[in-house]
Design a protein around this ligand. Sequence first.
Ligand code: SAH
Length: 418
Amino acid sequence: MTMGVTDLLAHIPPPAVRRLALRVRPAAQRALRQGHPWLFEQAVIQQPDAPGNPGDLAVIFDDQRRFLAIGLYDPTSLIRVRILQRGAPATINQTWFAAQLAAAAARRAALPGQGTTGYRLLHGENDGLPGLVIDRYDAVLVLKIYTLAWIPHLTTVLAALAEVIPAQAVVLRLSRDLQRQPVWLHGLADGMTLAGDLPDAAVRFHENGLCFEADVLRGQKTGFFFDQRENRARVATLAAGRRTLNVFAYTGGFSLYAASGGAPEVVSLDLSAPALAAAVRNFELNRHLPAVAAATHTVLAADAFDALTHLRQRGQRFDLVIVDPPALAKQESEMSGALRAYRRLTHLALGVLEPAGTLVMASCSSRISAADFYATVEQAAVEAGRPLQPFAHSGHAVDHPIGFAEGAYLKCLFATVR
Ligand code: SAH
């Protein structure tokens, strides 16, 4: 560890010794009792103490002044408190964090035996630690925080983490919102190595026996989209002998699975040239597999909407088309635009799909329900005169458990043109 980071961590002011006592509206009390992990700003009706800093612990009481929950306070966020524990009071310390981390690790215990050393070790709210994600890339852990409230607890969380899952390095990633709050970061920055040594930003790991590298410092999310692992595995089973197009390919996850499953030709299409360069390297890393060595892999750095139009005009057709766009609706106001984009993407994908081809369409927009997404895609296919026969609908893998309604974001449709 560099001295710089040790010093920075040591100088972060600890959370206040006194917990903030909050009284909240009845609707919020009900939501908390039902297990909801967030308390919104407007639900707070009484806060007698000083305003409090990010990371202070808040205790929430009901109308009879009975303990309801304890959580991480963040005055800079509309989510004022993220709940750590409800029902019975608890001391939030290294032992408590270690217990949560151990429970999360136990839920994923089967993965390494399945050839998977890269996966989500801790999935925020859904694993009891709201606003905190930890992804494991073999011996490297990437800790991503979505609220400033974690900063005063980092030293304790790192100690708990070292107890539960020893790592070569622990890297810090900050959500985009947090990177705009320099005052509260106390000198910490996105991409800092908090513990251990990271010799190279490109970290290798295995997923279902395939080898990948991910850039844990500059990559999207924490470097890789682990949530699609099971959908990628299904694609491998569909790919034998089929010319495959992977739209929004990022670093070629679906592409490599298709090749390993016997696709003779795979095209990876993405806007990001660095992501596609990584996709090429990921193919190289697996050339020892005969199916991967036999596949022709081409990359296309372009806007998906434009490129799909051009491919269709040039008469290019594929037997298997995968479309896994970025989140198209992060806010409610973007929902109708997102549904229009899914409709448009369905039309464009069908335009390059062979008559009896297979379409794989995913959505990671939490605002769009599974029912609305599937209906939109299927309706668009009917409009296009190419009705679909869905044969699988799938969602979250074991390392992305769903702990509350907002936690269910991923849906994926597998369908064949009738
Ligand atoms: N399927 C990938 C993850 C996709 S993430 C996997 O399994 O790993 C979404 C990707 O869409 C990102 O790589 C991003 O660069 C790309 N992207 C965003 N907008 C785009 C656009 N208009 N055209 C093409 N690619 C785009």
